[in-house]
Design a protein around this ligand. Structure first.
Ligand code: UDP
Length: 473
């Protein structure tokens, strides 16, 4: 008797890439009755948010944390790209063990890997589980990644002030590609290049975007090209309600109750993703700017970090209290109009709430997609990774955001904060952004409807992954 098919999924540590992969898994299981097993590489204790999410999944989706690795030999200032890539690389022996064990009871029909997980391709091929890459970011980044081995050879590419031409995309300043690209000799860049060179060995790319968001890029990527694996745009897959998951966030989160009492479309959410942190000075400027704007806000406050902008990417659990870093009297002065929430809000639900009318975001792709499905216009304040590219896309490409202007010292001053917040929440420009966002919201719903472009791609993949094993010749 043929064993039951299962798709093994390997996310990177942290929440940002795990959330959309889980949403994809849920669709495969709900609409196609496909079994999924997550193998999660770790190098630290998983955060509460992570374990809560994983334990709330339907029975067809199981998960196993791979043994926690030690990264003590990695320099303390190593970049996220290095940490994730090394974690995935060093998890290969335990992943092999886990996959072999799974294969004894199931047919592993595909291995879906995070985009930093290309070192598992060989293992996947050995086990006869074709490796797919899950791309939780823009098609623009995918196009850049596929083009990078060629760009890397281009002498012009070394110049930070030059525009980079990514196939099918708006030209982007080299410095907007993100910090790994600022130092071609740095480890973060070397890891990106390493993965980019291996992408052609994948069976396909599962891309969390859809045509209306990035028409030119996806038109290009959807064309068959010899030597390039196919691209399956399946987006926008975003976190759904936590209701019914055993964690009743709606009841528990007073932030949603506070929103209930605010006028429709009057509140701007300020949140820098799962990991984004500001310096103490920048946090103060943001606070005072929000105060100056006189707009209603919900601000998710994290403890500041002077060194890196993504200090809480891998874990939310911290001993200090973020409110201790707010300007004196800020909470009292903005009481009734503003709400500060420590560390975490159920963002998807806040964005869906009718009182929310704007979102000041670091432009993480999940955050952008969550705004799109809810029709909420943006203030783009990119911090790290590919967020500056995303900021270009949302402001100049999708035309749904106003981007903050940094001062010469690299900081955003309070006056600028007030300007952009007011612009989105009450200006004429804000109305245009809202109108465009509503159009994209409609397009997103259409893509995911039965027979829509993304649903069709998901069905195609599910069909492949459920198909009975072909008899070998
Ligand atoms: N998120 C959340 N509450 C928070 C911060 C983040 O629910 O307080 C979720 C957010 O809804 C999104 C994800 O965490 O689904 C963040 O992903 P994104 O790609 O935007 O940014 P990253 O965290 O990867 O930088």
């Amino acid at each position: 008797m043929e064993l039951e098919a299962v798709v093994a999924m390997v996310p990177s540590p942290g929440m940002g890439h795990l959330i959309p992969m889980i949403e994809f898994a849920k669709r495969l299981c709900r609409h196609h009755n496909l079994r999924i097993t997550f193998f999660i590489p770790t190098y630290a204790t998983p955060s509460t948010a992570q374990t809560t999410l994983l334990t709330s999944l339907p029975p067809l989706i199981s998960h196993t944390f791979l043994p926690t690795l030690t990264l003590s030999d990695i320099p303390p200032n190593a970049k996220m790209e290095t940490i994730i890539s090394v974690t995935l690389l060093r998890s290969l022996p335990s992943l092999r063990h886990a996959l072999l064990s799974l294969s004894s009871t199931h047919r592993v029909t595909a291995l879906l890997l995070d985009f930093f997980g290309t070192d598992a391709f060989d293992l996947a091929r050995q086990l006869n589980a074709p490796p797919y890459v899950f791309f939780p970011s823009t098609a623009m980044l995918l196009s850049l990644a596929l083009h990078l081995p060629r760009l890397d050879q281009d002498i012009q590419f070394r110049d930070l002030s030059k525009l980079v031409h990514i196939p099918g995309c708006l030209p982007v300043l080299r410095k907007d590609l993100g910090y790994p690209f600022e130092d071609q000799d740095g480890d973060a860049y070397k890891w990106l290049l390493h993965h980019s060179k291996r992408y052609i060995l994948a069976e396909g790319f599962v891309e969390n975007s859809f045509r209306d968001l990035e028409p030119d890029t996806l038109d290009l990527l959807l064309k068959e090209e010899p030597g390039r694996p196919p691209v399956y745009p399946i987006g926008p897959l975003v976190k759904e309600d936590d209701a019914g998951s055993g964690v009743n966030m709606v009841e528990q989160c007073w932030c949603l109750k506070w929103l209930d009492a605010q006028p429709e479309g009057s509140v701007i959410l300020v949140c820098f993703g799962s990991g984004g942190t500001l310096s103490t000075d920048q946090m103060e400027e943001l606070a005072l700017g929000l105060e100056m704007s006189e707009q209603r806000f919900v601000w998710v406050v994290k403890c500041p970090n002077e060194e890196v902008p993504n200090a809480s990417y891998f874990t939310q659990d911290t001993h200090a209290h973020p409110f201790d870093f707010l300007p004196k009297g800020f909470v009292e002065r903005t009481k009734g109009r503003g709400l500060v929430v420590p560390s975490w809000v159920p963002q998807a639900q806040v964005l869906r709430h009718p009182s929310t009318g704007g979102f000041l975001t670091h432009c993480g792709w999940n955050s952008v997609l969550e705004s799109v499905v809810n029709g909420v216009p943006l203030v783009a304040w990119p911090l790290y990774a590919e967020q500056k590219m995303n900021a270009v896309l949302v402001s100049e490409g999708m035309k749904v955001a106003v981007r903050v202007v940094m001062g010469e010292n690299g900081a955003v001053e309070r006056g600028e904060v007030a300007r952009v917040v007011k612009m989105v929440m009450e200006g004429e420009e804000g109305k245009k952004l809202l109108h465009r966002m509503k159009e994209l919201k409609e397009a997103a719903a259409a893509a995911l409807r039965e027979g829509g472009s993304s649903s069709t791609q998901i069905s195609e993949l599910a069909l492949k992954w459920k198909a009975p094993t072909k008899p070998s010749n």
